[in-house]
Ligand binder design. Sequence first.
Ligand SMILES: Cc1cc2nc3c(=O)[nH]c(=O)nc-3n(C[C@H](O)[C@H](O)[C@H](O)COP(=O)(O)O)c2cc1C
Length: 179
Amino acid sequence: MILQQAKIVIFYGTDTGNTQEVAEKIAAYFLEIHIKIDIHNIIDADIHTFYQYDLLIFGIPTWDFGGIQEDWEELEDELSELDLSQSKVAIYGLGDQFGYGDFFIDAVGWLYEKLLPTGANFIGKWPTLGYEFDASRACIENDQEFCGLALDEDQQFDLSDIRIQQWISKITNEFESIS
Ligand SMILES: Cc1cc2nc3c(=O)[nH]c(=O)nc-3n(C[C@H](O)[C@H](O)[C@H](O)COP(=O)(O)O)c2cc1C
């Protein structure tokens, strides 16, 4: 399936609005390539609507030393019960690598771990090069990659736009290359 024909959504959780702003930016970049996507705050979501989409983009910030944004955390049990084997899933996360360098974007790792048993087809993994942190639950592949896009609006806000654009182009390619 080509991306132009796909149904795409972003579900994000947020405490102070940053993850929502990024969701809106992602949607705006998709619109530039003539793809309209839905956006929902996870606090209002019925997760069974996930099944309506071909590509699910999930946004999650990390809080309080590796803590999970609370609206996502409330869905912990329900998430594990989903069957996402027909869906492609891309995760992005917000964190602060200098302030919380032992827990950088840990919540992305948590969400990835919760969704692994659902059979989700993950796209949009992202290199760890260019970040400075000591530990992250989101690291995979011998710490060479995060399991989703890492954004740091606190310390590297000037890099976010380019990272988002490059990530969209990566997920666009990967969406079309895996069946
Ligand atoms: C009290 C506090 C705790 C935080 N804990 C973490 C953390 O453990 N790991 C991390 O990567 N970022 C942490 N952050 C940074 C936030 O994730 C970051 O500011 C993010 O942009 C917030 O997103 P939101 O506005 O969507 O809630 C913390 C920030 C604050 C103020």
